[in-house]
Design a protein around this ligand. Structure first.
Ligand code: ZN
Length: 269
């Protein structure tokens, strides 16, 4: 299998490096604001408003936040460098380090840095998934690899990073015969990059846009455990209210990425 995109990370993320001193939220793509408040934030919503007013009018507090954000930006740049080198395990460790600092800034961190936390969580998830895909590739487990590639391709990252991940998702899913998924990602790509996939789109059309390589044990409505990278079976699962990561029901009490409390969800089977 010619799965080369993972190495294409090398040297292609320079533009994506976080600029020092630039507010992290400014680079966060639209639509990444979490739905609803994070669980820790809900409990202190009234106090949060007061705190935010203080931060807005207090120069010392603003200086503190500015220095803190610069520090986080430096950590993120280390993470991006690891991704550039295809060192996804190390990248994940670095992004998790940034998340730990963000969520532990103070008791209102999930409100104050909601965008920054979610932005970093998406990169932690992407590196986590890409590392698992490297392992699956070594074991020639391409169907599982294609499944995880779907999740990687759907993660909202900075556009240039997301494009690379969508290319990965297109190639691996096309190679295993998942024509619907390959075509879906191609149609999410804007011109002129989309043009290079005209042959794949044509092949997908000839196959009636069907996914031929759906995992045997996967139900139509697939929920992935973000910890084990396995399909979740059973009638319930846990979901993070902040970053939407899913886990096998009751296997954890807190999200492994953003540390928010997990909620038990019923599945529509
Ligand atoms: Zn989470």
């Amino acid at each position: 299998m010619n799965h080369q995109e993972g190495r294409h990370h090398e040297g292609r993320h320079q533009k994506g490096q976080h600029q020092e001193g630039k507010p992290l939220g400014k680079t966060t793509p639209k639509g990444t604001t979490p739905k609803g408040s994070p669980t820790p934030g809900r409990k202190t919503a009234r106090k949060d408003n007061t705190k935010r007013d203080d931060l807005a009018t207090n120069p010392l507090a603003q200086d503190k936040i500015s220095v803190f954000k610069n520090n986080i930006s430096e950590i993120l740049n280390k993470g991006f460098s690891c991704v550039d080198r295809g060192e996804f395990f190390d990248a994940n460790s670095v992004f998790m380090q940034a998340i730990a600092q963000l969520v532990n800034f103070d008791k209102n961190a999930y409100m104050t840095f909601a965008q920054e936390i979610l932005f970093t969580v998406r990169y932690a998830q992407a590196s986590h998934f890409l590392y698992e895909m490297q392992r699956l590739k070594n074991e020639k487990l391409y169907r599982q690899m294609a499944l995880i590639a779907k999740y990687v391709g759907d993660l909202t990252l900075q556009p240039q990073h997301q494009l690379i991940n969508m290319r990965i998702a297109i190639r691996i899913n096309f190679q295993v015969g998942n024509f619907y998924t390959a075509a879906r990602f191609i149609n999410l790509i804007s011109l002129p990059e989309k043009e290079q996939y005209s042959e794949i789109l044509k092949a997908a059309e000839e196959k009636d846009y069907k996914d031929l390589c759906v995992l045997k044990d996967a139900p139509d409505y697939i929920v992935l455990c973000y910890l084990t990278m396995r399909v979740i079976h059973g009638s319930s699962y846990s979901k993070c209210s902040f970053c939407a990561a899913t886990f096998r029901a009751q296997s954890l009490s807190n999200c492994i990425f953003c540390k928010s409390v997990l909620e038990l969800k019923a599945r529509n089977l």
